[in-house]
Design a protein around this ligand. Structure first.
Ligand code: TNX
Length: 509
């Protein structure tokens, strides 16, 4: 009797939560199904996070959620396997292995938040939705402790495309591990699941290759504009890959060839196919360099590079570049691509190349990244290849917003924030249909940017739009509606110290 009485005195009084509307929350990307209940879950110091016992993936996701709740609210919630004591409010991560990899549901009620997912990856995507639903500031009037009311209801969600990527050119200007991690952190928040690193170009070689050390000792010392360049040691690259993996982001390494290789043969002149004496290059022209496509050494070089990089890369892809090889004769180019693709396969990876690679004889297990040439995309599709959509006129983050933009180029277009959002990969070009498309990627070339602030000026606020195009159904997409959700990313941008471009087309308020 005494025990029962004690139990009763511990019961918290009912807290009257405010009415909420899950339907108007500024979620990006927009979930497939959102059903508001108008109730709320009161996130507070009394909440716990519960994860399935004995699953390392879910473990990590639970800890990540705990960390992000702490960063946003200051709450230090315990993360435990199993179920809570009866009656205590809790966030549960639950596995339903019969579901698709990235699918999840969120049921937010007064007593619990239940996040059900097919895999830890799906749970991680759902955690991003949950993070976005936690109010910036607590309500201090509901109880004698702060409560963050999370809008109640049901969300069911899964991505439209499997590949939702961003690319960063760390070759024209070098970006440090810390700068790339900051970008990765924000990519994860918007459910982007691939970061493609453009690791080599005429102006610099950015990844340590132990069997060819001069690539970084010499080729890593230059960048556009004459700065000091830089490179990732293999240890740093592994650290980046692990940081991305913790966020369920795949790193796609690119070694651009046979063009865009000046830095490689400044380090090793034997690779040079131009017949001219190699000189370091710090300008921004393209198309003047080529490897010697008829030399065996070139292919043993490539074998070593692919072996070392793929050995550190758990993801399924290796990007061989292949763009703008204007100094390579077409038949040499073809010959080259057809020699390099099998090397990538030998190391167990799926080759990706810029759309020009579709001019070679390739089979369906190679991906063409469409950037400018619809004829090349058609060739790829005719070969059964999947297409990765990065149309320069819509998806290039290095294009200026308008003629006043501080950074960026405009050879393809000016891309204001609304233009970046109002297009669809499956209707962009007549010959490319939904079934041909692996996904989309927003490349950020770095001729005109050299640090995080400049990167962020170009990437934000356009990047969340690409995340939404890649994840959410196209049906009902509207700039008028989206721009309000985008404006409400402001507190997150501020908290993350993202130096975004405050476009006047977005009602920041
Ligand atoms: C074209 S897009 C390039 C890059 C440049 C970019 C600048 C592509 C495959 N090649 O070498 O950096 O334009 O926008």
């Amino acid at each position: 009797l005494l025990v029962l009485a004690c139990g009763q005195t511990q019961q918290k009084p009912e807290i009257a939560m405010p009415r909420t509307d899950l339907g108007v929350e500024p979620l990006i990307p927009k979930p497939v199904v959102v059903e508001p209940s108008h109730l709320a879950f009161g996130l507070s110091e009394n909440s716990g996070i519960f994860i399935p016992a004995g699953d390392r993936g879910f473990d990590g996701v639970g800890l990540f959620l705990g960390e992000k709740i702490a960063e946003k609210t200051g709450l230090k919630l315990p993360v435990n396997p199993g179920s809570p004591e009866k009656g205590s409010p809790a966030i549960y991560l639950i596995q339903n292995p019969s579901w698709a990899r990235e699918a999840y549901t969120l049921s937010i009620g007064p007593d619990s938040v239940r996040l059900v997912a097919g895999s830890a990856e799906g749970a991680f995507r759902g955690v991003q939705t949950l993070r976005q639903l936690i109010p910036e500031t607590p309500n201090d009037t509901l109880a004698d402790y702060p409560i963050w009311p999370i809008p109640g209801g049901f969300i069911a969600d899964a991505p439209r495309f499997a590949y939702r990527g961003a690319m960063l050119d760390v070759a024209r200007h070098f970006f440090s591990v810390e700068e790339v991690k900051k970008y990765l952190e924000v990519l994860a928040y918007y459910k982007i699941n691939v970061l493609h690193l453009h690791l080599t170009d005429d102006q610099g070689w950015r990844i340590e290759i132990k069997s060819w050390p001069r690539l970084t000792e010499v080729g890593g010392l230059t960048e556009v504009g004459g700065g000091e360049g830089g490179f990732y040691t293999q240890e740093q690259y592994r650290d980046l890959v692990a940081f991305a993996e913790d966020r369920f982001i795949t790193i796609v390494p690119e070694v651009d060839m046979p063009g865009h290789t000046n830095a490689a043969y400044v380090a090793y002149p034997i690779l040079n196919g131009t017949g001219k004496t190699p000189e370091p290059y710090t300008g921004t022209r393209v198309g003047f360099s080529t490897l010697d496509t008829r030399k065996d050494t070139v292919y043993s070089f490539i074998d070593d590079v692919v072996r070392e990089i793929t050995g550190m890369t758990p993801g399924p892809y290796f990007h061989i570049g292949g763009d703008e090889s204007h100094s390579t004769k077409p038949r040499d180019y073809q010959y080259f691509i057809e020699k390099v693709v099998p090397i990538v396969r030998k190391y167990g990876k799926i080759p990706i190349g810029w759309d020009e690679v579709a001019t070679a004889n390739l089979d369906s297990n190679t991906v063409a990244q469409f950037w400018d040439n619809e004829e090349n995309a058609s060739k790829a599709i005719a070969k059964g290849m999947k297409v990765l959509m990065s149309p320069a006129r819509k998806a290039y983050l290095d294009m200026q917003y308008d003629s006043l933009s501080r950074h960026g180029l405009h050879w393809a277009a000016y891309i204001p924030v609304d233009s970046a959002y109002t297009w669809d990969p499956a209707t962009y070009a007549p010959g490319i249909t939904e079934a041909d498309i692996l996904g989309l990627e927003a490349p950020l070339w770095s001729e005109t940017i050299s640090n995080s602030a400049e990167l962020e000026y170009l990437a934000f606020p356009r990047l969340p739009g690409y995340a939404e195009i890649g994840w959410s159904p196209a049906e009902g997409r509207s700039w008028e509606e989206y721009r309000r959700r985008l404006a409400r990313q402001l507190p997150y941008f501020r908290r993350m110290d993202i130096r975004f471009y405050p476009s006047a087309r977005v009602p920041w308020g």
